[in-house]
Write a protein that binds this ligand. Structure first.
Ligand code: DAH
Length: 349
């Protein structure tokens, strides 16, 4: 081995030592001057790295490739560190702020998200407004109530088979998470004197499987109207007025007989499909009508339990699900969106 032949391994070690020494120093740089001194020391014309690159010609072709690529890699790394340092330090110098407090003015502006009222609440307020203008008072229900008010007092005594229509959540001590806001009828009849006009908007709960049309928690608006000579026609006129206001367009209503223990006659009220204006679409199954609520003339038993003389007074009552109304207003296909907590859904209202 000739003494003058350069040593590949030693040169590679020198290159590695170079980066090991330079890196920690460059990471700690706090001034532009320091950065420049290190640049000259490690990358300048008189630097160790330049010395190494100068000896390249003494190596064999193969070794030259190995050392050349190692040395260039390190040159690039060190140059990048020096460059980054100088950009960072220049920014600090010109902003006249300390490194820790520096503000990155290129970041996007932070815009706080401002919340808004839930669509169902918005529509509950609209509903309350419309009925108030028509002379109705508003009563809110107890969310947990007793068997008597939820069932017995609306003509559903214990053991009545129709109780099964309301899948009920019971508390351990026999109370009920109200299945409908009809739970307030008895108190209203007792506490208000005819003429009675009251609506009861509130949350109801059903122990049932959920799907696009059913939720375990939903909002119902019960209506109670009692006076002398009240007829089914008064009810249809009241509800037609309400729905025309709610949907901000003229709607027609119709009554189809059905059974609810608390009313006689009882039925379903439909209105002209507000999506197709009664022409027929897939939401109204091409009938032009939407069955929207249960209603009827208050059963004499219910009036009696409320202390009202059914020979002198008559009245009507209804109950509708507010979510369903809102779904039709905005063409929402799944009731479960409302309480899913999905921001993207709620942001639209
Ligand atoms: N309470 C009924 C329900 O939850 C809705 C209802 C139907 C209320 C007919 C009424 C009525 O007042 O007359 O399904």
């Amino acid at each position: 081995m000739s003494a003058s032949k350069p040593d590949l391994q030693k040169t590679l070690d020198d290159v590695k030592n170079l980066i090991d020494t330079a890196k920690p120093l460059l990471e700690k740089v706090t001034t532009l001057e320091e950065n420049e001194t290190l640049r000259v020391q490690f990358l300048g014309r008189k630097s160790k790295l330049t010395d190494i690159l100068r000896t390249l010609k003494e190596f064999s072709d193969e070794d030259r490739v190995i050392i050349g690529s190692e040395a260039n890699k390190i040159k690039t790394q060190l140059s990048e560190m020096v460059e980054n340092n100088s950009v960072r330090l220049l920014k600090i110098k010109h902003n006249r702020i300390s490194d820790k407090e520096k503000i990155d003015v290129t970041l996007p502006v932070y815009e706080p998200q401002i919340g808004h009222i839930h669509p169902v609440t918005q529509m509950q307020w609209k509903t309350e407004d419309i009925f108030q203008k028509m002379g109705f008072d508003i009563v809110y229900p107890y969310e947990i109530d007793d068997d008597y008010h939820n069932f017995t007092a609306v003509n559903l005594p214990e053991g009545h088979p129709a109780r099964d229509n309301w899948d009920t959540f019971w508390t351990e001590d026999g109370q009920i998470a109200i299945t409908h806001t009809s739970s307030m009828q008895n108190r209203i009849l007792k506490e208000f004197k005819p003429p009675i006009r009251v609506i009861v908007p509130g949350r109801c709960f059903r122990h049932e499987a959920t799907d696009a049309r059913h939720e375990h928690t939903f909002t119902q608006v019960e209506g109670v109207y009692v006076d002398k000579n009240v007829t089914l026609n008064n009810m249809l006129a009241t509800l037609k007025t309400f729905f025309s206001e709610f949907y901000e367009k003229e709607v027609e209503v119709k009554f189809t007989p059905d059974f609810f223990p608390f009313v006689e006659p009882g039925g379903m009220m439909s209105l002209t499909c507000i999506l197709c204006d009664g022409k027929g679409c897939n939401v109204c199954k091409n009938t032009g009508w939407l069955e929207i609520l249960g209603c009827g003339m208050i059963h004499p038993n219910v009036l009696k339990m409320g202390g009202i003389d059914s020979d002198v007074y008559s009245g009507f009552a209804w109950g509708f699900g507010l979510e369903r109304l809102v779904m039709l207003k905005y063409n929402i296909e799944d009731i479960r969106h409302f309480y899913s907590g999905k921001f993207d859904f709620l942001k639209q209202f």
